[in-house]
Design a protein around this ligand. Structure first.
Ligand SMILES: Cc1cc2nc3c(=O)[nH]c(=O)nc-3n(C[C@H](O)[C@H](O)[C@H](O)COP(=O)(O)O)c2cc1C
Length: 305
């Protein structure tokens, strides 16, 4: 790759390119490292971590749908202590930018996780998950109330100087209000979108295909929704956006950037093609050469310019 400047800035966070791996779809990085060179990726966002370990929901937790999948993992994770002890050492060595995603069931828990992880040098930014649809407390309850998002952002901002990204839910009437609240309280960026609530039934057993009944829909089926949410934010709020939702190839990534994303995350595609990130980085580079762009950041919000 040559001459094209693929680097992007998200607030004070500089990434070598706009391609990141989305939370929950690559575990703690080690699972996918056999299939792709993680040092080439712009950033890796870790599975949502909570203060204490979580077993998550009982199985079945995943089912395939037309052009996508439903998941109700329920934020299963190793908990903060084991994350720091067992997972951060590997993640610190991969040569990409490490972003820790935090989920919690109380404001105090968000603050405590952020404060503790702030002390870890290799953690370069936080993504605050206020939008998981698969847990009974926290998650979407926070994400659906703009005042909660405001308070969480304010409190988390108070305990770290590292960049904060608020991950927004699409399951709201007006995502721009949430992005504005995040900006007002000092977030550096928002990421959009988390999964959409969905369900799926077996017509013979007449039972839901996932035990939790509802789950989060992801994959290509949600791309047009995600694009419209990114556009809604970029038209109304002056804050960097990380676009997420159904990105399968470099063309999808370009679309998100045109609509206003400064960077993008890959989720469901990692289950189908774990080398997708490298292919997309190359595709973006070639697209810039083909269209005469010397820096990819010029693509961001080019529809609106
Ligand atoms: C199996 C699975 C687990 C996920 N776990 C998390 C999580 O722990 N935290 C989070 O913020 N998002 C989580 N997500 C949401 C993704 O990060 C992403 O926002 C969503 O899947 C949309 O992107 P995609 O269509 O490219 O998959 C998960 C998604 C999937 C499919």
């Amino acid at each position: 790759m040559n001459n094209v400047d693929l680097s992007v800035k998200i607030g004070s966070l500089v990434l070598q390119n706009p391609v990141m791996l989305a939370s929950g779809t690559v575990g703690y990085g080690n699972e996918i490292s056999d299939f792709t060179d993680l040092s080439k990726i712009g950033g890796i966002v870790t599975k949502s971590v909570s203060l204490n370990p979580r077993k998550g929901n009982p199985p079945n937790r995943i089912t395939e749908t037309a052009s996508g999948m439903l998941n109700a993992i329920g934020l299963a994770n190793v908990g903060l202590e084991a994350f720091i002890k067992d997972k951060i050492p590997f993640l610190s060595d991969i040569g990409s930018t490490l972003i820790c995603n935090i989920a919690a069931s109380s404001i105090e828990e968000y603050v405590e996780c952020t404060k503790t992880l702030d002390a870890e040098d290799s953690v370069k930014a936080f993504e605050i998950n206020v939008s998981c649809p698969n847990v009974k407390e926290g998650g979407l309850i926070f994400g659906n109330d703009v005042n909660n998002v405001r308070v969480i952002t304010e409190k988390v901002r108070a305990v770290t100087n590292k960049p904060i990204i608020i991950k927004l839910s699409p399951n709201t009437a007006s995502i721009k209000e949430f992005a504005q609240a995040a900006k007002d309280e000092g977030a550096d960026a928002v990421s959009a979108i988390n999964t959409l609530i969905g369900t799926s039934f077996d017509i013979y057993s007449k039972k839901p295909k996932i035990k939790n009944i509802t789950g989060g829909l992801s994959g290509p089926a949600i791309k047009p929704v995600a694009l419209s949410k990114v556009l809604e934010i970029s038209r109304n709020v002056d804050i960097p956006i990380i676009g997420i939702g159904g990105i399968m190839n470099w063309k999808d990534a370009v679309e998100f950037m045109i609509c206003g994303a400064s960077a993008i995350q890959l989720g469901t595609v990692n289950f189908i093609n774990p080398s997708a990130s490298e292919e997309i980085i190359k595709g973006l580079n070639d697209y810039c050469i083909e269209t005469g762009l010397s820096k990819i950041s010029d693509l961001t919000a080019s529809y609106l310019l």
